[in-house]
Design a protein around this ligand. Structure first.
Ligand code: SF4
Length: 338
């Protein structure tokens, strides 16, 4: 498969009055053409910062993509070194992004037609009439009914699901090679969520677009992602195919995320699992495993040494001392912190 994106040793910090927040630490991954990757984790784990770094959407400063980080697009260009001029065409034409709340991304004073046409005129150099026809086609592609009439609607005249479809239409208007969807269904109700995920899947297959889905909810990726990366405290703690993460996961944090997904195939009336504690302060130096204060399997070594990545298959790896073959012998039944 052809690689469209190679992220290598990505380190991103925020410079604040309180100190340097190391929000993303040593993240590396590949994305192939037409592949869907889900980056999963709770708020503050670095998933959105990673996604925004790919588009260089973070304000620099106070954000800093650290020296040594590489984001290689299409095998040749390093996004971290792109000129401002190149970034303008890169965003939209090569990579585009949809956000959680379309109401804050759409201009409330412009019809949705004008907003889609604007992208086509700027990025594809289309004439007004041509752009209007294309905008109607795009609305049809994302399953907006009566697109010839809807094109004249303002965002407030559409439902939340329809607004998100309009955002997707805008995002795919220039046939980007990568589409980043940051919590695209969080503001929508469950049936609409499923429709939006189906639509993204359809677009992936029709246009061979690679999709990065950012979400805190593993349930959303169950029928979508080819591969999944779980992030915690700015690092990838487990990665694998969808099957490996859902059926063979080995990291206690992934287990916690899986346990907190509501299930319909059980009659159990038990309360949903909630992971206790909070993630570490990323201003302070971290010692040992960043998850140790919340992990019920934590051992002595977890408090002292950062876990080394263990490869379980060509696609499945994780950073946890429980699985490392060279981990010093410890009594695993002894829970250091509960
Ligand atoms: Fe838990 Fe230790 Fe694994 Fe970290 S390394 S997840 S603390 S068992």
């Amino acid at each position: 498969m052809e690689k469209i994106l190679e992220v290598r040793n990505l380190n991103v910090s925020f410079h604040t009055y309180a100190g340097e927040v190391k929000a993303v630490r040593g993240v590396s991954f590949d994305l192939n053409r037409g592949e869907s990757l889900a980056i999963v984790g709770e708020s503050g784990c670095g998933k959105t910062v990673t996604a925004k770094s790919i588009m260089r959407l973070l304000k620099e400063p106070p954000t800093e993509i650290k020296e040594g980080s590489q984001i290689i697009f299409n095998g040749t260009e390093d996004v971290t070194r792109m000129s401002k001029k190149r970034l303008k065409s890169f965003r939209g034409a090569d990579v585009s992004m949809i956000f959680q709340d379309p109401m804050t991304s759409l201009n409330p004073t412009m019809t949705i037609g004008k907003q889609i046409m604007e992208a086509l005129i700027i990025h594809k150099g289309m004439k007004k009439d041509e752009a209007k026809k294309e905008a109607i086609e795009l609305l049809r592609t994302v399953n907006i009914p009566n697109p010839e009439e809807r094109i004249n609607n303002y965002p407030h005249q559409l439902s939340g699901g329809m607004r998100q479809r309009v955002m997707i239409a805008m995002a795919i208007s220039c046939n980007p090679k990568i589409l980043i969807a940051d919590e695209p269904t969080t503001a929508l109700d469950v049936t609409i969520q499923a429709q939006i995920m189906d639509l993204l899947n359809e677009l992936k297959h029709t246009f061979n677009t690679a999709i990065i889905l950012i979400t805190h909810d593993l349930g959303v990726v169950a029928n979508f992602a080819d591969k999944v990366q779980v992030m915690y405290a700015g690092e990838i703690v487990e990665r694998g195919t969808r099957e490996e993460i859902f059926y063979k996961s080995m990291h206690p944090y992934t287990w916690a995320l899986l346990n907190s997904v509501p299930r319909l195939d059980t009659e159990s009336k038990e309360q949903l699992y909630a992971l206790g504690g909070t993630p570490p302060d990323l201003i302070l130096p971290l010692q040992g495993c960043a998850f140790s204060s919340r992990c019920e399997y934590a051992m002595e070594i977890c408090l002292e040494r950062k876990p080394i990545e263990t490869q379980l298959s060509t696609t499945h790896s994780l950073s946890c001392w429980l699985q490392h073959p060279n981990a010093p012998k410890v009594n695993r039944s002894e829970v250091v912190r509960g």
